[in-house]
Design a protein around this ligand. Structure first.
Ligand SMILES: CC(C)(COP(=O)(O)OP(=O)(O)OC[C@H]1O[C@@H](n2cnc3c(N)ncnc32)[C@H](O)[C@@H]1OP(=O)(O)O)[C@@H](O)C(=O)NCCC(=O)NCCS
Length: 185
């Protein structure tokens, strides 16, 4: 699915462009994946695990998402740099096709600028316009107060906990909280 490109002015005045991924974003996306993995423990990858992401793989991914009816990626570009993205996906299966998964991450330089809020407003609109969807689902890792605040503000509530779902390099075990946001039909 391809979205209509739009602009968003960050709280600090910088201008962001939000749009579907393009081939010109491939290197920016690889840089973002690597950088974000080193900036926070709240994504599920360490920088050294990013070798599995390649320009060819990103190209295929972008093409798959952009041509899909059940998947969309919103990329946020600030000053020509990929600042982050938000991904929404579901399937067409009878038993699970009512559930859409959401994932989001931004580079640290762009946190607390309202980008997460703006991206969520958009993916909520997309989910609500797809009649088959009855709920949006996501997870956050224990301690991620910023993500939790954003998700609760956008109408998500905690429904469960994955105990010790994440283990950091130093052995710390962290819970993962499951959230959903129901779509009124
Ligand atoms: C989590 C993330 C996506 C949020 O996006 P964002 O653009 O920073 O979020 P926004 O600026 O739109 O909103 C964040 C909200 O959290 C609040 N907040 C910020 N820091 C906070 C904290 N430490 N505790 C509680 N709330 C906090 C802000 O005040 C804001 O609420 P408001 O709009 O009502 O003032 C982003 O910070 C990020 O990418 N973090 C690293 C990766 C990550 O954690 N991804 C999510 C994995 S589940």
């Amino acid at each position: 699915m391809i979205i209509q490109e739009f602009e968003y002015i960050l709280k600090d005045g910088r201008k962001a462009i939000i749009r579907s991924p393009k081939e010109e974003d491939i290197q920016g996306m690889l840089d973002y994946l690597y950088e974000s993995a080193g900036e926070t423990d709240f994504v599920l990858r360490y920088p050294e695990e990013c070798t599995r992401y390649t320009p060819e793989g990103e190209k295929v991914l972008f093409e798959r998402i952009n041509s899909s009816d059940t998947e969309v990626m919103l990329v946020c570009i600030v000053d020509g740099k990929v600042a982050g993205n938000c991904h929404l996906a579901w399937n067409n299966r009878i038993k699970t096709g009512h559930r859409a998964r959401v994932a989001i991450a931004l580079l640290k330089d762009y946190w607390n600028q309202g980008i997460g809020t703006r991206l969520f407003q958009e993916v909520i609109k997309i989910a609500e316009s797809n009649e088959q969807l009855l709920q949006m689902e996501l997870e956050f890792i224990e301690g991620n107060t910023r993500a939790r605040a954003l998700y609760e503000k956008m109408g998500f509530r905690i429904t469960g906990v994955g105990v010790n779902a994440v283990r950091l390099k130093d052995g710390t075990l962290l819970n993962e909280y499951h959230m959903i946001r129901e779509i009124k039909r």
